[in-house]
Design a protein around this ligand. Structure first.
Ligand code: MG
Length: 249
């Protein structure tokens, strides 16, 4: 079932999304050489709790941290660790959500550590563009497939691989709700978008093939060919006056 949110709920979602966006900013400021992903996670957690919110991801289906931090060939669900030390040239995808007043926010960004290669710059730019082309299709009367197709078209011209096993989703009282928002598909297909729908759009794009593997820890998702991967996400409200990005600091 796809939930349509009332004005009162939208205000609460906006608050949760704002805390999520600020938490992502805290993470971004720490993506520097010599910093561990554990330190970043702890700073994110401390910030979310300081806002009287709860980290949405902590203990979600048993996830052991407050944020997913995925370096280079890790696509998503990287577990923060004292053993993962960032170095110049890395790319770091941080995915974080906050639960506040009964509602969740969810967002992700791939940060650069120091200087990164031109190839990586292009992967990040293209994935970010794919997110925004998807968002621009989040219009009343459109269908989910319009978002999916816009994302896919933006990245396929570069020969990048779209991860198909993980998709965007509705956001609300639960972190993951209907509908699914794939990063591939056909325009004009899928559920119709209505005012009050709140969805997380989140392209996960690999420099090589879209194939992935799961590590033995049960969480970490890496690219099968070990090529680097990027991930950008916003929580977006479908409104009569167009798409509204809720995850803004
Ligand atoms: Mg998400």
């Amino acid at each position: 079932m796809i939930n349509l949110r009332t004005q009162r709920e939208i205000i609460k979602l906006q608050d949760a999304a704002k805390i999520s966006a600020l938490a992502l900013q805290v993470a971004g400021e720490l993506c520097k050489p010599g910093v561990t992903t554990w330190e970043i996670d702890k700073a994110v957690e401390k910030f979310i709790i300081s806002q009287k919110a709860e980290p949405s991801f902590l203990n979600y289906q048993g996830f052991p941290a407050s944020s997913c931090i995925s370096v280079n060939d890790t696509v998503i669900h990287g577990i923060p660790s004292k053993d993962i030390v960032l170095k110049s040239g890395d790319i770091v995808s941080v995915d974080v959500g906050a639960f506040y007043n009964g509602y969740h926010g969810d967002n992700a960004y791939t940060f650069k550590v120091g200087e990164v290669s031109k190839e990586l710059e292009k992967l990040l730019e293209t994935t970010k563009n794919a997110l925004y082309s998807g968002i621009s299709e989040a219009i009343v009367g459109n269908r989910i497939g319009d978002i999916s197709s816009a994302v896919e078209k933006t990245v396929e011209v570069c020969g990048y691989g779209v991860v198909r096993e993980f998709v965007g989703h509705g956001v609300g009282k639960n972190l993951h709700e209907d509908p699914e928002v794939p990063n591939f598909g056909m325009a004009g297909k899928g559920p119709r978008l209505a005012a009050g729908m709140v969805i997380a759009i989140e392209p996960m794009i690999n420099q090589g093939s879209g194939d992935i593997v799961r590590l033995a820890d049960g969480w970490t998702i890496k690219t099968a060919d070990r090529s680097p991967s990027a991930h950008f996400e916003h929580t977006v409200l479908v409104s009569k006056s167009g798409p509204v990005i809720l995850t803004k600091p």
